[in-house]
Design a protein around this ligand. Structure first.
Ligand code: ADP
Length: 305
């Protein structure tokens, strides 16, 4: 079935990113809660139509590690993208001061399974692996979203891409600065996966902005510096796993199959991990932080300095 705006009852805003806002909506004909992303694009109808058609292959991306796609449509210059509503939101808001190793193992396992599925079954390279694109629900499911399926959409978004936290592999950073086309292979995603894993473990982006005076210094560190590592407090297996992803030479990085059969994820498979309990605690922490921020803002508003 094709989704359209008339069938949707709009709910609260779930968040906003670089390209638009995400709202919770109710699809009335099916009574399914969805998340609807609005992406404003200054394109003509032919191009917008092409994007909608390219997005259509997402209907085949059905996997327990992938956020389900329900459909997309456009109105005027906005593309609306409807997907499964993940009621715990994105991982960047949940990892707090870092997640314990068993939880890390489980999250990473789901991520690799999802990325491998996209690659093997859909011939899709994600291209934007980072904690904001990992969504969770209260049942403890971990799913990937926002992967590159529409060439037209990527092209239109690329122009506005300004991030101060780069998950790009060294070869991509070099490629971009030389204006080279298509230095992107699946191993570039493996680097981003490793960097995201490190961030989830540490509770912060691994190239902290305090250390680098500007984005250029940060990118230079990624290209020329030693790759960051997990601290000693993690198991040998976990540290080695991350080391296998953050290898500067793309040819030498681990493949998804190697990462899945690595001791870190073999150990993970043997463990019982209460993901549901962890998500519940992470949500409490996230919401307490939010309340604190709102209180602070109110105080500043009442007593401006
Ligand atoms: P970004 O551009 O930073 O990736 P998005 O625009 O994709 O951000 O999403 C903004 C925020 O909306 C996310 O950080 C997340 O909290 C929320 N969000 C996105 N998709 C969903 C979803 N399917 N279910 C619930 N929340 C979502």
């Amino acid at each position: 079935f094709a989704i359209n705006m008339d069938q949707l009852q709009l709910g609260e805003e779930l968040g906003s990113g670089a390209y638009g806002t995400v709202k919770r909506v109710l699809h009335r004909p099916t009574n399914v809660a969805m998340a609807m992303k609005e992406i404003r694009l200054e394109l003509d109808n032919t191009k917008l139509n092409a994007i909608i058609m390219e997005l259509d292959i997402l209907h085949r991306a059905v996997h327990s590690s992938i956020v389900e796609f329900y459909g997309a449509f456009f109105i005027e210059s906005c593309v609306y993208y409807c997907m499964e509503y993940m009621d715990a939101g994105s991982l960047d808001k949940l990892y707090g001061v870092g997640v314990p190793e068993p939880v890390l193992g489980r999250i990473v396992y789901f991520m690799v399974k999802g990325l491998k599925f996209l690659k093997d079954e859909m011939q899709i390279i994600h291209r934007d692996v980072k904690p904001t694109n990992i969504l969770l629900n209260k049942k403890g499911d971990v799913r990937l979203c926002d992967f590159g399926v529409s060439g037209q959409l990527e092209k239109s978004l690329a122009k506005t891409n300004i991030g101060c936290q780069s998950y790009m592999a060294p070869e991509r950073i070099k490629g971009e600065s030389q204006n080279a086309l298509s230095t992107y292979t699946v191993s570039s995603d493996v680097w981003s996966l490793g960097l995201a894993t490190l961030e989830i473990a540490l509770g912060r982006y691994p190239y902290p902005p305090e250390t680098y005076s500007n984005v250029f210094a940060q990118l230079t560190a990624i290209v020329h510096g030693d790759p960051p590592e997990l601290p000693d407090s993690y198991s040998e297996a976990a540290r080695d796993w991350v080391n296998r992803t953050l290898v500067k030479r793309p040819e030498s990085r681990a493949t998804y199959a190697e990462l899945l059969s690595h001791p870190f994820l073999l150990e993970d498979a043997q463990r019982q991990v209460d993901m549901q309990g962890w998500v519940a605690r992470a949500l409490q922490w996230r919401d307490a932080k939010r309340q604190e921020r709102i209180r602070k803002q109110e105080q500043e508003h009442q007593h401006p300095v």
